[in-house]
Design a protein around this ligand. Structure first.
Ligand code: SF4
Length: 294
């Protein structure tokens, strides 16, 4: 076995405040006997969290129409469009777990749209957070620009101011670059695009950790936007990295010639999984050194 092996943990990692808040709201509703309890979409994008809640009797739906009269419906941390609330209320008891930072983007989009601006939203069109933000705008006043495609030739409607916004969990550098580019191209751009602090801080921690390690594991589900961005961030730093949903997916073989390994976790990953991943890596001979500070 290779000697002098070490495990470094990125700081911060794991649950953000918005995820904690949403899960607390679900747990509190369960504890208060609010049943049957439905959640619109996944409460957060993590398979382990969702399966645990299913085991406690929580039911997940894609539309308020699937929920019977008088039941409790939790809107996930990703938020929803006003049309969803309209469908749900007053027929259902709505518990709104929208992250306040997502809500901030919804309100900014809504205000810009109502003020006659064209809203450009950097984001993934199929993500529930993006669908919710789009739903806050007057139809025809918002365009979603995927950060994965070349949108630099985008031509906005003439004679309208542009309000640039962003999904909260994109790559912070991509969003900053997009803002700079669009502001340089169109004088009428009002740039309000930024990722949330939790996303930004976890990406910064990965860049910092990448300087110390040869291989990094990112705990997170493959459909979690912020976890995927952590993987991309690590790969951009030219180290090997892997996104794993569960600690048991971490294998000893891939670490054969590795001396320093790093570990981080997306904002929707619970401490329990992080603890299990640390134990697993320690069992492969990588003792945890100390969390990396900021
Ligand atoms: S990642 Fe950011 S926006 Fe999403 S729940 Fe966490 S704090 Fe809120």
């Amino acid at each position: 076995m290779t000697q002098d092996r070490h495990l470094f943990l990125a700081e911060p990692h794991g649950f953000c405040n918005g995820v904690r808040r949403a899960l607390d709201m679900v747990e509190n509703a369960l504890a208060a006997g609010k049943s049957p309890l439905y959640v619109l979409h996944e409460i957060v994008h993590n398979n382990f969290v969702v399966q645990n809640l299913r085991a406690k009797g929580v039911l997940f739906v894609n539309d308020p129409d699937e929920v019977p009269d008088g039941a409790f419906l939790v809107v996930s941390a990703h938020g929803a469009s006003p049309a969803v609330y309209k469908k749900a209320s007053p027929r259902l008891h709505v518990i709104d777990a929208t992250c306040p930072l997502v809500r901030k983007v919804q309100l900014a989009a809504e205000a810009a749209s109502q003020n006659g601006e064209s809203v450009l939203l950097l984001g993934h069109a199929d993500h529930p957070e993006v669908a919710g933000i789009v739903g806050h705008c007057i139809p025809g006043t918002i365009d979603v620009l995927s950060p994965d495609t070349d949108w630099t030739d985008f031509v906005p409607e003439e004679n309208r101011g542009i309000c640039l916004l962003s999904q909260t969990t994109l790559n912070a550098d991509d969003v900053a670059a997009a803002g700079k580019l669009l502001a340089g191209k169109f004088s009428s751009v009002r740039n309000g695009a930024e990722v949330c602090y939790a996303t930004r801080d976890r990406q910064r921690a990965v860049r910092c950790l990448a300087k110390q390690v040869e291989y990094m594991f990112i705990l997170g589900s493959s459909h979690s936007s912020n976890s995927r961005r952590l993987l991309e961030t690590a790969l951009k730093e030219n180290i090997s990295a892997k996104l794993v949903d569960l600690p048991e997916e971490i294998g000893g073989m891939e670490l054969e010639n590795i001396r320093c390994v790093g570990l981080t976790a997306g904002a929707s990953v619970p401490d329990e999984l992080i603890g299990r991943a640390v134990k697993r890596l320690e069992s492969f001979g990588f003792p945890l050194v100390a969390p990396e500070k900021g």
